[in-house]
Design a protein around this ligand. Structure first.
Ligand code: HEC
Ligand code: HEC
Ligand code: HEC
Ligand code: HEC
Ligand code: HEC
Length: 215
């Protein structure tokens, strides 16, 4: 009998199956990776190594955000405080608390506390805190009512469309400079008009062009 298909074609069905399995795995990985809470999920709220509560410290005790996140006005990155900042109080306040044992250990060993990162943009998107604070966009506009959270939770998607929604119409998210860290302040309640604020030297102009955020 004449050979119609050469022998190697016997392997074609296997190859197709393998290819399909591979493609499915790749798609599954991509979906799992890019859409996992690490990147997009509103509500991402990992358990932290110390039961630190913003509700207690920023809400109840009224400590200003900048006391701990002290680079937020001057740099792109909002620094998370070292153990030393905490110990300025906790050397005296609750010095024996078992909840603070990991803090005391880190302080003694001069180690960083392994806080789990909550908010995280991909590397190809550029974000700068200092610019937003200088324009007096409140922390609450992007991070929600942290003063009411015992565990930090991501409140907004941090997606491109979310950034652009505000960049196209920033006015409702502006406030007086003095209120940047005030979580309870709201423009509608205060009847604030940025154009009439003598504290503003110029109108804001957030970038909408691609290279503004992809540099
Ligand atoms: C007493 C110090 C302290 C104060 C005050 C404080 N924070 Fe924090 N903040 C921390 C620590 C420590 C972490 C890391 C642990 C965690 O996520 O709970 C953190 C985490 C965060 C995060 C999440 C960081 C990430 O990984 O994405 C945001 C956002 C944040 N703080 C905003 C604020 C805002 C807004 C205020 C003021 C309303 C504030 N913080 C007040 C200490 C503080
Ligand atoms: C300005 C002072 C101050 C600073 C700074 C501060 N705390 Fe506190 N912290 C307090 C007070 C006050 C309490 C509540 C004490 C009480 O409940 O009697 C508290 C309570 C706590 C508790 C609950 C402990 C328990 O046994 O109930 C934890 C955990 C904690 N703080 C962690 C931290 C961490 C981590 C930092 C640094 C990021 C920090 N604190 C910075 C004042 C401070
Ligand atoms: C315009 C929106 C916006 C405002 C306003 C804003 N943040 Fe953020 N914040 C973000 C984004 C986006 C990230 C993630 C940045 C990244 O991954 O590069 C972030 C991350 C953080 C982090 C984690 C460390 C870092 O820089 O990645 C802390 C802490 C934080 N913000 C605190 C604050 C505090 C405190 C304020 C107010 C003084 C504030 N933020 C105001 C959008 C904002
Ligand atoms: C709630 C409103 C708001 C949100 C949300 C917001 N921005 Fe902005 N953005 C502003 C304002 C206001 C300015 C300041 C413009 C000015 O000073 O003229 C600004 C400026 C910028 C600039 C210009 C910085 C420079 O150096 O010129 C960049 C880049 C930027 N934002 C990136 C982002 C990214 C990325 C996100 C999303 C992760 C984001 N922004 C979310 C309001 C916002
Ligand atoms: C205001 C800031 C900002 C501007 C302006 C902007 N981007 Fe983005 N872009 C982002 C952020 C933030 C992400 C990451 C989104 C995420 O993680 O979900 C992103 C993601 C992307 C992605 C990855 C796919 C996706 O949708 O997640 C592409 C492609 C992209 N941008 C292209 C563009 C192009 C083209 C322009 C100009 C028309 C542009 N961007 C303008 C902030 C911006």
């Amino acid at each position: 009998m004449a050979v119609i298909f050469p022998r190697w074609t016997n392997y074609v069905p296997h190859a197709l199956t393998l290819g399909a399995v591979g493609a499915l795995a790749a798609v599954t990985f991509a979906v799992w990776y890019w859409f996992s809470p690490w990147y997009t999920d509103v509500g991402y709220s990992p358990v932290q190594p110390i039961a630190f509560s913003h509700w207690r410290h920023a809400g109840d005790l009224g400590i200003d955000c900048r006391y701990c996140h002290n680079t937020v006005e001057i740099s792109a990155y909002a620094a998370v405080p070292p153990a030393q900042t905490c110990m300025s109080c906790h050397e005296r306040i609750l010095p024996e608390s078992p909840l603070l044992a990991p803090l005391r250990a880190a302080y003694k060993a001069d180690d960083a506390i392994p806080w789990k990162r909550v908010h995280m943009l991909p590397d190809y998107a550029f974000f700068d805190h200092s610019v937003h604070v200088a324009a007096a966009v409140g922390c609450v506009s992007c991070h929600g009512r942290l003063d009411q959270m015992s565990v930090v939770r991501q409140e907004n998607p941090l997606s491109m469309s979310w950034c652009l929604d505000c960049h196209r119409n920033p006015a409702p998210n502006l406030r007086p400079r003095a209120e940047v860290t005030n979580m309870a302040w709201s423009a509608s309640n205060a009847g604030y008009n940025p154009e009439a604020d003598p504290g503003r030297a110029r109108p804001v102009a957030p970038p909408e062009h691609c290279s503004g955020c992809h540099r």
